[in-house]
Design a protein around this ligand. Structure first.
Ligand code: FES
Length: 99
C-alpha cells in the first residue's frame, strides 16, 4: 500500500521547471508541466547519473544536461535506442499541493 505525503507547494515549482526534494535514500526531482501535471523522478540520469533536475523539460520529457539523453518523466525510461530507466514515482496534485 502506497503512502502519499505532501512535499512541496505546486506554486513553488516553476512551469516547465523542477525542484529537488531530498529524502534519506535519494534526491527526487519534481517537475511541473505546462498543464500543471507533476512528475517525480529520481534526480539521477540512468546513463551516468546526471542531475535530471538541471535538464530541460519539454512535454513529458526531460533532456539530461550532460549527454542529452531524453528521459520520459512518466515512466523513467530513456527514449530512443537507449535501454535504461530511472526510478519514478506517482504524483498527484490537490489544491496546490501534491503528494
Ligand atoms: S548522464 Fe545523462 S545523458 Fe549522460
Amino acid at each position: 500500500m502506497s503512502k502519499w505525503i505532501e512535499v512541496v507547494e505546486l506554486s513553488n515549482i516553476p512551469v516547465l521547471g523542477s525542484r529537488v526534494v531530498k529524502t534519506r535514500d535519494m534526491d527526487i526531482a519534481v517537475f511541473r508541466g505546462r498543464d500543471d501535471q507533476v512528475y517525480a523522478i529520481r534526480d539521477a540520469c540512468p546513463h551516468k547519473n546526471g542531475s535530471l533536475s538541471q535538464g530541460i523539460m519539454h512535454g513529458s520529457t526531460v533532456t539530461c544536461p550532460l549527454h542529452n539523453w531524453k528521459i520520459d518523466l512518466a515512466s523513467g525510461n530513456a527514449l530512443g535506442r537507449m535501454k535504461a530507466a530511472s526510478m519514478c514515482s506517482r504524483s498527484r496534485s490537490k489544491t496546490g499541493w501534491f503528494s
